[in-house]
Design a protein around this ligand. Structure first.
Ligand code: ADP
Ligand code: MG
Length: 252
C-alpha cells in the first residue's frame, strides 16, 4: 500500500443512537487487519475513545482543528482521543474547518484509510469531516427514518463540495444499523424506504443484536466472540465493511 494516498470515510447522521459509533469501531478493527488505519473520534461523548482505548495515541482530536497536525501511528490502528475541548471547536473561527482538512492531508502518506466518528449535529466538526472526506455513510434507525434529516445531510455534503470547490463525495448510502427484523413495523418501514429512496440505500444492513452492545462494553469485535450468534454477527458486519472497502477502492 506504500505510496497510495489515504482515503477518508465519514460516518454521519444528525441523529444520535443510530449505531454510528458501533460501525466506526468495527471499521477500525476490520480495516486495520490489512490497512494502516486512522480513526478520529469527534464526538465529545467519547464512546469510541473508550471502546478503542487500547489504540489511542498521544494526539487529541481537537488538536487537528487548531493547526495542521501529524498523528504518529501507534500500530496498524491509531485513534485520536475525544475530549470535552471538542465543544470549543463550535465557537471557533470557521477557518478551523480547513485546518482540519489540512491536518488529514498532512497524514495522507502515513495511513491507507481514515474513519471519522461524528457528533449528532451539523457543526464545525462535521463540516470539517465533510471537507476532508472522500466517502460518507449514514447509519439510520428504522423507527424515525425521517427523510428530512437525510435531506439535510445530502444538502450539507453538496454545500461543502461547492463552497470549498472540491469534488463531490462518494455517498455510500443509508445503512439501517440497528435493524430489528422481528419487528413488523420496522420491516414495513424498511420496505417503504426501499420503495421511496431505494437508490440511496446501502446494499446491506446491520441487524439489532445484543452482541453489539456487548462488543462496545468488552472493547472487542463481534467476530471475536464465541458461539453461533457471534459467527452470524461477524459475517454480517464484515460483509458490510467489505462492501464499503470495495466501493472506496481500498484495495487488498
Ligand atoms: N446493531 C446493533 N444492535 C444492538 N445494539 C446496537 C447496535 N448498534 C449499536 N447498538 C447499541 O446502541 C447504542 C447506540 O449505538 P451507537 O453506536 O453509540 O450510536 P451513535 O453513535 O449513533 O449514537 C449503544 O449502546 C450501542 O452499543
Ligand atoms: Mg456515537
Amino acid at each position: 500500500m506504500q505510496g497510495r494516498s489515504m482515503k477518508t470515510l465519514v460516518v454521519m447522521n444528525e441523529k444520535g443512537g443510530v449505531g454510528k459509533t458501533n460501525i466506526v469501531a468495527h471499521a477500525g478493527w476490520y480495516f486495520s487487519e490489512r490497512l494502516r488505519t486512522l480513526v478520529i473520534d469527534l464526538d465529545q461523548q467519547a464512546n469510541l475513545t473508550k471502546t478503542l482505548g487500547a489504540y489511542v495515541g498521544r494526539v487529541e482530536s481537537v488538536a487537528l482543528f487548531d493547526e495542521p497536525t501529524k498523528v504518529p501511528s501507534v500500530g496498524s490502528l491509531t485513534v485520536t482521543r475525544s475530549t470535552r475541548e471538542l465543544l470549543g471547536v463550535e465557537g471557533a473561527d470557521r477557518e478551523c474547518i480547513e485546518t482540519f482538512r489540512d491536518s488529514l492531508a498532512l497524514n495522507a502518506d502515513d495511513y491507507d484509510v481514515c474513519v471519522i466518528d461524528t457528533p449528532p449535529a451539523l457543526t464545525n466538526r462535521t463540516f470539517g469531516a465533510l471537507l476532508a472526506a472522500d466517502a460518507v455513510i449514514a447509519p439510520i434507525g428504522m423507527n424515525d427514518y425521517s427523510i428530512q434529516g437525510v435531506t439535510e445531510l445530502l444538502r450539507a455534503m453538496k454545500g461543502v463540495a461547492q463552497h470549498y470547490k472540491r469534488p463531490p463525495h462518494l455517498f455510500l448510502g443509508l445503512l439501517p444499523s440497528i435493524y430489528d427484523r422481528k419487528s413488523r413495523r420496522e420491516r414495513e418501514l424498511f420496505e417503504s424506504l426501499a420503495g421511496e429512496v431505494g437508490k440511496l440505500l446501502f446494499p446491506g444492513v446491520v441487524a439489532k443484536r445484543d452482541l453489539y452492545s456487548r462488543s462496545a462494553g468488552e472493547s472487542d469485535a463481534v467476530w471475536n466472540m464465541k458461539g453461533a450468534a457471534a459467527r452470524d454477527a461477524g459475517e454480517e458486519i464484515r460483509g458490510v465493511l467489505a462492501t464499503i472497502a470495495q466501493k472506496m477502492e481500498l484495495g487488498e
